[in-house]
Ligand binder design. Sequence first.
Ligand SMILES: Nc1ncnc2c1ncn2[C@@H]1O[C@H](COP(=O)(O)OP(=O)(O)O)[C@@H](O)[C@H]1O
Ligand SMILES: [Mg+2]
Length: 351
Amino acid sequence: MMNHLVNGDAYQLESDWMAARQRLNLDFSRLTPQPIEPSYLNPSPGKLTFPNGEAYQFTANDLIDQEIIGQGSYGGVVTRMQHKQSGNVMAVKRVRAHEINTAEREKMLRELKIIIDSQNCEDIVKFYGAIFQDGDCWICMEIMDCSLDKFYREVYKIGEKLPEAVVGFIAASVVRALNYLKEALNIIHRDVKPSNILMCKSGFVKLCDFGISGYLVDSIAKTQDVGCQVYMAPERLSERKYDVRSDIWSLGVSLVEVCIGRFPYEDWNSVFDQLQAVVHGDPPLLSASGDYTIELVNFVNRCLIKDMNSRPKFSELMEDPFFKHYNAQGLAFVEQRASFGEYVARFLPIE
Ligand SMILES: Nc1ncnc2c1ncn2[C@@H]1O[C@H](COP(=O)(O)OP(=O)(O)O)[C@@H](O)[C@H]1O
Ligand SMILES: [Mg+2]
């Protein structure tokens, strides 16, 4: 499969974010940056705050490196680490912060700021703290059990399909997370795909990886496309246009992928192939095969309406009966979460 479609090196950010960044005036050359938000991010030593309210000053010496759990597309490494004093285990994403160009630095700071700002959303991975160490920014966060890309492959490996309720629970969680980013932070994720959707046996599905997220300007992100994107919507490829509905397309492709057990397009050998398939070809719709209800199939296929203007926005998607069913309230939701968690647990640990 083809990678690195367009490597834009300039991000156009919302002006107040630019202004905020200039005010911060981080001096990475000495690796003693001014805090972005004093309460969240201090110069080393940093502060770790766990969900039970316990807080610790920490440096890299307080963390025991246990195992690499993820190797991302941008050279970042995610490691499982244990905090010595509390015994808590967490995921630490190391993002390069030293000897990088302006665009890379902005990407790093933006990623950090977004995860810090989205802590009120249950469907986004929790942030514990950050430090600058050895030229990297270490983003410490809650550890999840696996990502959706690895998970669905395990399921298909033993000849099963993802149950409808599992797909529904995942879809509802991701829609809530994306809607939160848009409504609360005016951000679009821009990299929705199975490897950026995390799951755990306690029944949570959480969106992660804000490395190429962007702020919306006049509801359309004026930006060069960045990154390894095979989930890109037609309008991003053809017109470099991007709004929230482009993330909905990527969610649609991801949902088809987990429902059929493979990436829904044929392998591409070039950018031209991808353009042909995505911009000029039919959308990779889910067919009503009997494995899933018509409600699921309709929901997924609404995400894959090729014309961006006819594709639903979050407000419409959240009125869809399929979303509503899996966005239950009260006890029904607790039960959905519990059975989702039990299903995930069956496949753990995933190597
Ligand atoms: N909090 C976490 N808990 C468990 N695994 C994680 C966590 N964060 C990331 N990972 C794993 O690491 C991979 C890469 O992390 P990600 O943030 O997506 O980095 P990149 O920007 O390099 O894609 C993910 O696909 C996932 O498998
Ligand atoms: Mg990722």
